[in-house]
Design a protein around this ligand. Structure first.
Ligand code: NAI
Length: 348
């Protein structure tokens, strides 16, 4: 397995491999940077086709966490854990405990929380053997609540910058994915008077959205083409490809999904078509921001004076606005500006 030669390797400080035959645990923790503080990042439990893909995911996602925390102004570094395997077959209390003991061994530099395949209940099980977890219901809870609030603040910045408006009334938004974050964003947008077009592979969620929000719907493979003002990817990564950019009718792309751009060229193509892109790790930082209190209470961590959570979430609006202005002034894509700013902050 290639570590230093992986295309996703970016001078990561530490990469740890954990295994336990008894429980079937195979986990990788990648720590990209601790320049700003001990790293934090969720745990993804997923059946990867091969080990290299799992490692590459950990390397890529941990770097994004460095950027996310740095741009959110947090004294936290970037890391990510992956547990390799099908959670529906492999996930047991014993395995989660084994994983927790592994996390405990590196608790001086890393703490974890939910991600794809890991629920609040799972994190609470991990928490039985290590204090180095966030996102328990006694702590910040399900991060998707705060991620959705943060996305709404980001959408306000998009609205102002691209549409010169300060209200969602009559603005149309296509939401791809009605899961934990997408549904909550839909709720808030609907309450603010926006018109919604939705798609999800789960027909029950789509039907519920039609009933609850009077939403229109379209096929999952066509949602990016919807005739709307804003396209909000809230399901999967890699949805913005050089090809799909040509099909987007919206004037802005802004949603919760991680790694929305399939390639840097896809971002450049968006800019060429004058479609504003909200860099994902800036607009979706609400979950991480909400976990900061818990992170500062972990053993050995510095206690710091924190602004109220609402204020820290609202700062996503200011940060995105700043990035958009700089992108316009420098005629460069917002994601390039954001990456530049993040790398500067972590001393890269
Ligand atoms: P989730 O798993 O609760 O929801 C995802 C939804 O997308 C599900 O309803 C699923 O059926 C749907 N979906 C899957 N494939 C689809 C497709 N091809 N087309 C349309 N819909 C599809 O996940 P969650 O927590 O809402 O996260 C959504 C995205 O936001 C993910 O990319 C995640 O990495 C990202 N994110 C989530 C955060 C959180 O706090 N939960 C924080 C930051 C990013």
């Amino acid at each position: 397995m290639a570590v230093w030669d992986s295309p996703e390797f970016d001078d990561h400080e530490q990469v740890c491999f954990f295994s336990e035959a008894k429980t079937g645990l195979r986990a990788i923790v990648a720590i990209h940077s601790t320049a700003l503080g001990p790293a934090a990042g969720g745990t993804r439990f997923k059946a990867y086709d091969n080990e290299q893909l799992a490692l590459d995911d950990a390397l890529r996602l941990s770097r994004a966490m460095s950027y996310k925390s740095a741009l959110a102004g947090m004294p936290i570094g970037g890391g990510k854990a992956v547990i390799v395997g099908d959670p529906s077959k492999l996930k047991t209390r014993e395995l989660l405990h084994a994983f927790g003991r592994a996390i405990d061994r590196i608790g001086n530099v890393f703490a974890t929380g939910e991600d794809v395949g890991i629920s609040v209940a799972d994190i609470e099980t991990v928490n039985e053997v290590t204090p180095f977890v966030g996102g328990t219901s006694a702590g910040a809870g399900d991060p998707s609540v705060h991620t959705a609030i943060g996305v709404m603040h980001g959408l306000r910045a998009v609205l102002e910058h691209k549409f010169d408006r300060d209200s969602f009334r009559g603005v149309s938004v296509a939401i791809q994915g009605l899961g934990a974050v997408g549904w909550r964003v839909a709720e808030r947008l609907h309450a603010a008077g926006a018109k919604l077009v939705v798609a999800d592979i789960r027909a029950d969620l789509v039907e519920r959205a039609q009933r609850t929000f009077d939403a229109d719907t379209t096929g999952v493979d066509r949602i990016h083409e919807a005739e709307v003002d804003i396209f909000a990817p809230c399901a999967l990564g890699g949805v913005i490809t050089e090809r799909s950019v040509g099909e987007i009718k919206a004037r802005a792309v802004a949603g919760a999904a991680n790694n929305q751009l399939a390639s840097p060229d896809a971002g450049a193509a968006l800019m060429q078509r004058n479609i504003l892109f909200a860099p994902d790790y800036v607009i979706n930082a609400g979950g991480v921001i909400s976990g900061l209190e818990a992170a500062t209470r972990m053993p050995g961590r510095n206690r710091i004076e924190l602004k109220p959570l609402e204020e820290r979430l609202a700062a996503i609006y200011d940060r995105l606005s700043g990035i958009f202005h700089r992108a316009r002034a420098e005629k460069r894509p917002p994601e390039v500006i954001a990456e530049h700013m993040a790398r500067e902050l972590i001393g890269r």
